[in-house]
Ligand binder design. Structure first.
Ligand SMILES: [Zn+2]
Length: 121
């Protein structure tokens, strides 16, 4: 039983409401990418794209070939990196472990690149 765990959260929430006296200076050298893509995933066009990517894969992970597993529709070039959101050519079905590994690789590559490439017009 983890009783008493909620208290610190409640306190933190209350504290964050207090107005800071000094403006916060962002000292991070690499700022996280803006969450521009977040709303895309809730659109019906995306749901359709995802269903088609998974259907096309025939129930198999396109990374390791494993079947009988939950599949994730993955953007080969991630949206954060300027990938086309609804192009089937930019989609692949991946199992959980392939998807996690690929996401980690893309993230590492993104962090290693100082300036992201400008999005295609
Ligand atoms: Zn896989």
């Amino acid at each position: 039983m983890a009783f008493g765990m909620k208290q610190p959260h409640r306190q933190r929430a209350k504290l964050s409401m207090a107005k800071p006296r000094i403006a916060t200076l962002d000292l991070r050298t690499a700022r996280p990418a803006p969450k521009v893509a977040a709303s895309h995933y809730t659109r019906p066009e995306h749901r359709q794209w995802r269903a088609e990517v998974i259907r096309r894969a025939g129930g198999r992970c396109q990374g390791c070939g494993r079947g009988n597993t939950r599949l994730f529709a993955d953007h080969i070039v991630e949206l954060k990196d300027g990938g086309a959101p609804l192009a089937l050519s930019n989609g692949q079905a991946l199992c959980g472990s392939c998807h996690s590994a690929k996401t980690a690789r893309s993230r590492a590559a993104r962090l290693a690149t100082p300036t992201p490439a400008p999005p295609e017009p």
